[in-house]
Design a protein around this ligand. Structure first.
Ligand SMILES: [Zn+2]
Length: 121
């Protein structure tokens, strides 16, 4: 059983868990501050090095490059070096979200017009 402590990337926890379940013979359980990886069967072995590699791949894919992983026994700690908590703006599928105020619209033209107002004032 491997525990991944990921308080600093809390918002990404469900995505990371889903990603790891695709890549590893493991069942991820999401808890408040961590993800626990249980082997899928008694025969399947999960190596902590593999898990680290997949976490790194996942973070790269999400364009997060200020995270460091450290291993402590069967625990992996994921920390951001900049003390920032990673927040993800996740609009519903097909919707655009304004990076300045979070306004959501399905229309690109409307968003282009809207974003311009942030530069006017
Ligand atoms: Zn806006």
């Amino acid at each position: 059983m491997i525990t991944i402590q990921c308080v600093d990337i809390n918002d990404l926890k469900p995505d990371l868990a889903a990603y790891l379940s695709e890549k590893l013979p493991a069942v991820p359980v999401i808890r408040t501050n961590d993800i626990v990886l249980d082997p899928l069967t008694r025969e399947s072995e999960i190596s902590i090095d593999d898990v680290c590699t997949y976490i790194e791949t996942f973070l790269t894919r999400e364009n997060i490059n200020d995270c460091i992983l450290s291993v402590d026994g069967d625990k992996i700690l994921v920390n951001t070096t900049s003390e920032r908590k990673i927040n993800v703006i996740r609009p519903d599928f097909g919707l655009l979200a304004c990076p300045h105020c979070g306004l959501v619209t399905p229309y690109k033209e409307e968003m282009d017009v809207h974003i311009r107002i942030h530069y006017l004032f």
